[in-house]
Ligand binder design. Structure first.
Ligand SMILES: [Mn+2]
Length: 451
C-alpha cells in the first residue's frame, strides 16, 4: 500500500500580488501530482488548503480540474479535506464541485449520506461522518478526517469523541497542534492562539498515519503507534520559509539552510519526503553601517541565484538610504524590511524593551486591557471608552505621545520593489488622525473612515 500526502497547495495565490506566483503554485501542484502518479501510489491525500481562497476564480478552478484529471486518468483516487483558507460556511465549496466531477472524494462531517466506491458514511449526532475507504489485495484502509475547525468547536467536540480508528486507518486534519508548532517555531506565548487549535494529546490514538495540513513547514514525528506528518506548503510561503538565510554576524554572513519544500510518499506506513524544486527565497539579515552593508552585499550577491526572491532585512538605529543596497542584489524580486533597533545597553543580551506606557495613551492601554483577554463581553466598555463622555480629557498627555509614536512608525515594515509592477506600497505607517465623533449619527463614518 502506497499513498501520497500533499497539503497547503494554495492554488490561486498571487503572492506579493504577482500573478506569475499563482502559476508557480499551480506548477508545484502539477509536479507533486505527477511525481505521485509516477511513483505508483494507490491513492492521494490532500490535507486542506488546495485553494488559497474559498472562492477560487474560474481560472484557478480550471487549473485544479486539469491537474486532478491526471490521477483520475490513472484510476488513482484523491481524498481531500477543506482547510481554513478554502472551507466555506455555505453548503457547497469548490471541493464539492471537484467531487461532482469525480476528481476527488471529500472526507468529513456532511449533511447527506454519501456511499460510493471510495466513500462510506456513518450516522453520528453531529451529522454524517463521511470516511474514505480504499481496498487492495483483500486489505481495507479507512481514511477519517474533516475540514479545519475552530478551537471553540474543537473544545465542544473533542476529536476523540468524533474519531475512532477502525483497523488500518489514517486521520487527516487541517489543524495546528500546539506542541508541534512550538517544536518548529519555539515556545509560543499564551496570546498566540492563532497558530494552533489543539494539543497533541487531543489527537485520538490508534491511527497508523496522521496526515496533517495547515503548518507550512515540513515536519515528521511519531504519535502513539503511528506516524504524524505535515508536508508543508508546496511553494515557499514567505521569507520566514526561506531556502537560505544569511545573517550578518558583524564580520561575515553566516549561511543557514531552511527547510525543503515538497510532500510525502508513504509506503507500508513509512513516509519519505519528496522534494520539489521551487523558486528560492533568500533572507538576508543585516545590521551594519551603510558602507559595510553595501560592500558585503555585493560579494554575497554572487551566491544568490538570479531567479531568487530576496528579502533584505535591515536593522538600523539610524535610517539611511537603502536604494544603493537594493542595487547590489541581482534577483527577480527584492523586498526590503527595515526595523528600528535601539543600541543595546552595555553588557550582553536583551536590549532595552520599551514599556507599553511609552507607546500608548492611558485610554488606549485601557482598551488593550479590555480586549486583550478575549473578553468579548467587555466590548461595550471599549465602545464606551472611545465614544463616551470626556474625550478631550482622555486624549491628554498629547505631547508626550506625539514623540513616542515616531519610534513606533519607524519600526514598521516598509516595502520596496525592484522588479515587477509599479510600486503600490501604500505607506501603512501613516496613521489616520483620531476623530472624535460629534453626534452618535457620526459613529459609522468615524468607524469606517470618511468617504
Ligand atoms: Mn495553508
Amino acid at each position: 500500500m502506497k499513498f501520497a500526502h500533499i497539503a497547503d497547495v494554495h492554488l490561486g495565490f498571487e503572492q506579493y500580488r504577482l500573478p506569475y506566483r499563482a502559476e508557480e503554485f499551480a506548477e508545484a501542484f502539477r509536479k507533486a501530482i505527477e511525481k505521485a502518479v509516477e511513483g505508483r501510489v494507490d491513492f492521494i491525500l490532500i490535507a486542506g488548503d488546495l485553494f488559497h481562497s474559498s472562492r477560487p476564480s474560474p481560472e484557478t478552478i480550471k487549473e485544479a480540474i486539469e491537474i486532478l484529471e491526471i490521477p483520475k486518468g490513472r484510476g488513482v483516487p484523491v481524498f481531500a479535506i477543506e482547510g481554513n483558507h478554502d472551507r466555506t460556511q455555505r453548503k457547497v465549496s469548490a471541493y464539492h464541485l471537484l467531487e461532482k466531477l469525480g476528481l476527488l472524494n471529500l472526507i468529513g462531517l456532511r449533511e447527506e449520506k454519501v456511499e460510493n466506491d471510495y466513500l462510506t458514511s456513518e450516522k453520528t449526532k453531529r451529522g454524517w461522518l463521511v470516511k474514505g475507504i480504499f481496498e487492495k489485495g483483500g486489505k481495507t484502509i479507512e481514511i477519517h478526517g474533516m475540514k479545519y475547525m475552530s478551537a471553540a468547536w474543537l473544545e465542544k467536540n473533542p476529536l476523540k469523541e468524533v474519531f475512532r480508528p477502525e483497523g488500518d486507518s489514517i486521520l487527516m486534519l487541517h489543524q495546528g497542534v500546539r506542541e508541534l508548532v512550538e517544536e518548529m517555531m519555539g515556545k509560543l506565548p499564551e496570546s498566540q492562539r492563532d497558530y494552533y487549535e489543539i494539543r497533541l494529546g487531543d489527537l485520538p490514538k490508534g491511527y497508523l498515519y496522521y496526515a496533517l495540513g495547515h503548518i507550512h513547514r515540513a515536519f515528521l514525528t511519531s504519535y502513539d503507534i503511528g506516524k504524524l506528518a505535515y508536508p508543508g506548503s508546496l511553494q515557499r510561503w514567505d521569507f520566514g520559509d526561506y531556502e537560505m538565510r544569511y545573517r550578518w554576524d558583524g564580520r561575515v554572513f553566516k549561511p543557514m539552510a531552511g527547510s525543503p519544500k515538497g510532500f510525502y510518499i508513504v509506503e507500508n506506513w513509512e513516509p519519505r519526503f519528496v522534494e520539489l524544486k521551487v523558486r528560492p527565497f533568500i533572507d538576508v539579515n543585516i545590521t551594519a553601517d551603510p558602507e559595510t552593508a553595501k560592500r558585503e552585499l555585493k560579494s554575497l550577491s554572487a551566491k544568490i541565484p538570479g531567479e531568487a526572491f530576496v528579502r533584505l532585512d535591515i536593522r538600523w538605529d539610524r535610517p539611511y538610504d537603502v536604494s544603493g543596497l537594493v542595487e547590489m542584489v541581482r534577483a527577480r524580486y527584492v523586498y526590503v524590511r527595515t526595523r528600528f533597533e535601539r543600541k543595546r545597553l552595555s553588557g550582553g543580551h536583551g536590549g532595552d524593551v520599551p514599556k507599553p506606557e511609552e507607546y500608548f495613551l492611558p485610554v488606549e492601554l485601557k482598551a488593550i486591557e479590555l480586549t486583550g483577554e478575549k473578553n468579548v463581553e467587555s466590548m461595550d466598555d471599549v465602545v464606551e471608552l472611545f465614544l463616551g463622555e470626556g474625550w478631550d480629557k482622555k486624549l491628554s498627555k498629547k505631547d508626550g505621545r506625539q514623540e513616542k509614536r515616531t519610534s513606533r512608525v519607524v519600526g514598521e515594515e516598509t516595502k520596496e520593489r525592484k522588479t515587477g509592477d509599479k510600486n503600490r506600497g501604500e505607506n501603512t505607517s501613516k496613521k489616520k488622525p483620531v476623530k472624535k465623533p460629534g453626534k452618535p449619527s457620526n459613529l459609522l463614518s468615524w468607524l469606517g473612515g470618511e468617504r
